[in-house]
Design a protein around this ligand. Sequence first.
Ligand code: 2HA
Ligand code: ZN
Length: 274
Amino acid sequence: MKITDVPVVQRFIRFCEDGWNQGWHERNGGNLTYRLTQAETDALRPFFDRVPRPWTDMGVQGTNLAGAYFLATGSGKYFRNVPLDAADCLCVVEIDSTGSRYRVVWGLVNGGRPTSEFPSHFMNHSVRARATQGECRVIYHAHPANITALTFVLPLTDRDFSRALWKSETECPVVFPGGVGVVEWMVPGGAEIALATSKKMEEYDAVVWAHHGLFASGPDFDTTFGLMHTIEKAAQIYVLALGCGQGIRQTIPDDGLRAIAREFGVTIREAFLD
Ligand code: 2HA
Ligand code: ZN
């Protein structure tokens, strides 16, 4: 048995392959982390290094995730290469008992570190785990072109983005009835963008990074990938419609959004409706 035979690792690899196939991961763009369950950690433990690598301070703290284990993509690694060489591209990291440091216990066999966005991922895991009573396990960052394009033309507010996306595709209010958050442009990789994003993640399960990409979260791989996919598809439709050059002549009315929410039994964020 190889580590790549373990189902959770297979699903993680397939996720990376799907993201690459969507065109969301040019070069080393994007990153993925998954908080392992106790049973999954136990299944992976036989593959862990006999001597773990040194602890690294994250610059952020999440005491509710002290002692957690994550499967993560590596910094500088290409999603495209994950199916070819998971042990080179991925790692398992352990969080220390204070929730402020990590160490690699498996993977990155040719050296390297977990994703440069690990502080952001970790803070978002901490916030989303609290907001969802421990249900949230996946944090996914990608560079889809259309949602990023919209950050050049729409006002950078949660309300403007949520409304534009909800009204671009009838499924949207069902898939993300809470809307999406937006953070202004910031230098990636550090504690500042991690804190700004995790603040939004207290309310939203997806956050747009202006002129950069999108963060999505969810309880499992399918839901999280589906959220990224739905948001990007809606953005694509909006961009296509704008590209026709006539402006937006008609769209789903606000009462239509309310009616969808009623029909599908979800609570739409009423504050964003007229
Ligand atoms: O290259 O996407 O945000 C990885 C990233 C940084
Ligand atoms: Zn990025």
